[in-house]
Ligand binder design. Structure first.
Ligand SMILES: Cc1cc2nc3c(=O)[nH]c(=O)nc-3n(C[C@H](O)[C@H](O)[C@H](O)COP(=O)(O)O)c2cc1C
Length: 399
């Protein structure tokens, strides 16, 4: 895998990136986080983390002691899943595999947070129908795209706006998933309220047309996310809970900056979290995706890079902030973000391609190029075979 040559790496060893920080009950040794990355390598049926490759994959990326790893999106229940090769954490077999992964990460002296996600309308309605499960969202028949609409209609599983009882069940599922993660050894969970999944479908007025207390106003659209957070704080304590938000994301039919009122929605959620913090229940972190990443599947050129900023968070939230979005190849951007003492940066695509990413950022070594074609392929290739820097140099020299 060739090295990236289109930017100039800068050693970041003597910058704030390599300052320790307390996150929940853990103390990380540097501020590079592995972002949550769905890789579609789970066994189906069963949503079981890959038994052959996944311990190795997380081992490679947690080798640098004191690294914070956030897992790929993980479903807390069958109803919250709906993508066959994405993993869950509700059956003993799933939990057994996760335990092996968490143990390996901890053996390396690193930390692991499970990203818990309810997929909602990003699930495949026909796969849900096959398994006798609903195709859920905030509202009936507000499809994410024509393909999913067609699949939902063909499989007689139209998009269903969940009832209040079903919301309560989802909250219970999030609690159980969190307990399973913690009992299996995870340091905490990150609630996925971003990138167009179920909780995000409630936050965004394009996908939430409800007229009950879960729709119609900023407070109401935020209710489900905040109820999940409150239930988790109650179940395992605030220091084991984090959340991910994507105020600017347009993927999966979300509004991003196309709706100029949307940022106030996020200010409200963050404000509510700070209120809880001031009352003694500060969650471990808030994780935000940068405005320059509006859609992970495209090159994000459709919207100008500076069409907004995440700086709003510092006016409200006084705890740890993680920021993700095209950081690794932009040393100046990293330095600017971590100059704020509460802030860490997360890396997605370059953590896929560069298992020793933290060492390379420290030393100013070039990163490995990533191969999009294997992001979601059910192969060992593109998963555990990306080289370390020394291996990459040898490969380059031999070509
Ligand atoms: C293959 C792939 C899978 C992803 N899976 C998830 C996911 O499971 N949960 C999530 O919140 N974000 C997911 N993301 C978004 C990343 O966490 C990250 O926010 C995004 O890639 C921007 O960071 P980067 O520029 O460092 O890649 C995914 C991104 C990619 C490329």
């Amino acid at each position: 895998m060739p090295l990236v040559k289109d930017y100039t790496p800068v050693p970041l060893a003597n910058t704030d990136l390599f300052k320790a920080l307390k996150v929940g009950n853990t103390t990380v040794e540097h501020r590079v986080v592995m972002a949550p990355l769905t890789r579609m390598r789970a066994h189906a049926p069963g949503h079981i983390p890959n038994k052959d490759w996944e311990v190795v994959y997380y081992d490679q990326r947690s080798k640098r002691k004191g690294t914070m790893i956030i897992t790929e999106a993980v479903s807390p229940s069958a109803q919250s899943s709906g993508i066959d090769n994405a993993p869950g954490i509700w059956t003993p077999e799933q939990i057994e595999q996760w335990t092996k992964i968490f143990n390996k990460i901890h053996e390396n002296g690193s930390f692991v947070w499970v990203q818990l996600c309810a997929t909602g309308r990003q699930a495949f309605p026909d796969a849900m129908a096959r398994d006798g499960l609903r195709y859920d969202s905030a509202s009936d028949n507000l499809y994410m795209d024509d393909e999913l609409k067609e699949r939902a209609i063909k499989s007689n599983n139209p998009q269903h706006g969940i009832t209040k009882d079903e919301i309560k069940q989802y909250i219970k599922d999030f609690v159980q998933g969190t307990k399973n993660a913690v009992e299996a050894g995870a340091d905490g969970v990150e609630i996925h309220s971003c990138n167009g999944c179920l909780l995000n479908q409630f936050l965004d007025p394009t996908s939430n047309h409800r007229t009950d207390e879960y729709g119609g106003s900023i407070e109401n659209r935020s209710r489900f996310t905040l109820e999940v957070i409150d239930a988790l704080i109650e179940a395992v304590g605030p220091e084991r809970v984090g959340i991910r938000l994507s105020p600017w994301n347009r993927y999966a039919g979300m509004s991003g900056s196309a709706d100029p009122t949307l940022l106030s929605q996020y200010c409200y959620v963050v404000g509510e979290l700070e209120k809880r913090a001031k009352a003694g229940k500060r969650i471990a972190f808030i994780h935000l995706i940068e405005p320059r990443v509006t859609d992970i599947f495209f090159d994000c050129t459709a919207v100008p890079e500076d069409d907004g900023t995440n700086d709003f968070i510092y006016s409200i939230w006084k705890g740890v902030v993680i920021r993700a979005g095209m950081f690794p190849s932009r040393p100046d951007s990293i330095k600017a973000a971590v100059a704020n003492d509460q802030t860490m940066i997360a890396a997605g695509r370059y953590f896929i391609s560069t298992p020793d990413l933290v060492d390379r950022l420290e030393k100013g070594q070039p990163l490995n190029k990533y191969d999009r074609s294997t992001f979601y392929s059910f192969t060992k290739e593109g998963f555990t075979d990306y080289p370390t820097y020394e291996e990459a140099v040898k490969l380059e020299n031999s070509n």
